[in-house]
Design a protein around this ligand. Structure first.
Ligand code: GTP
Ligand code: MG
Length: 182
């Protein structure tokens, strides 16, 4: 079995834990408590191997470190991103400031880990608050702004909603496929 280490980074309350819980448990909590230190979860996915004639799927296991976004835990982050195969850097689409925080994390990762060894994925969360006519559009970060930045920095980029689940599985699936190919 293939095993990969994943780390989630980003400002407090952008929805890192909610994304992980959606992926691992397929559940969502409107009142999730802020993470203390970090949390560890794991999940497997199946990858279809298109390079061989075999019809058997390959199982990939993700070991996921969900870090705490509060400032006071910032110094712990290197423990979790060290040796990671992929980093999911999360911002909240409704909070412009959270994108700058995400960009700081991208810089730190590139300086400390080097991007040859690490897949970095920029994730805009809370998409449900942006395209629903009931709530009004709370979007503060335009898709193009984040997308252009991600392209410049050579990052994967997705907008997701942990609340509805939109896009969440696709993110882990494409990261898994990418890691498997390396
Ligand atoms: P820290 O652990 O403090 O770093 O925060 P976090 O990034 O883990 O955020 P968390 O997952 O705890 O979510 C913060 C709040 O945002 C919670 O009240 C969630 O219910 C809410 N939330 C998370 N994801 C979404 C989403 O996709 N849509 C909406 N509407 N709310 C969300
Ligand atoms: Mg959390």
């Amino acid at each position: 079995m293939f095993q990969f280490k994943l780390v989630l980074l980003g400002d407090s309350s952008v929805g890192k834990s909610s994304i992980v819980h959606r992926f691992v448990k397929d559940s969502f909590d409107d009142f999730r408590e802020s993470t203390i230190g970090a949390a560890f979860l794991s999940q497997t996915i199946k990858i279809r191997d298109t390079s061989s004639d075999s019809t058997e799927d390959t199982v990939i296991k993700f070991e996921i470190w969900d870090t705490a976004g509060q400032e006071r835990y910032k110094s712990l982050a290197p423990m979790y991103y060290r040796n990671a195969n992929a980093a999911l850097v999360v911002y909240d689409i409704t909070q412009q400031d959270s994108l700058s925080k995400a960009q700081n994390w991208v810089n730190e990762l590139k300086n400390k880990v080097g991007d040859e060894d690490l897949i970095i994925c920029l994730l805009g969360n809370k998409l449900d608050l942006c395209d629903s006519s009931d709530n009004g559009d709370k979007r503060a970060v335009m898709t193009d702004e984040a997308k252009v930045y991600a392209e410049e920095q050579d990052l994967l980029f997705y907008e997701v909603s942990a609340k509805t689940g939109q896009g969440v599985k696709d993110v882990f699936q494409s990261i898994g496929e990418k890691l498997y190919q390396i």
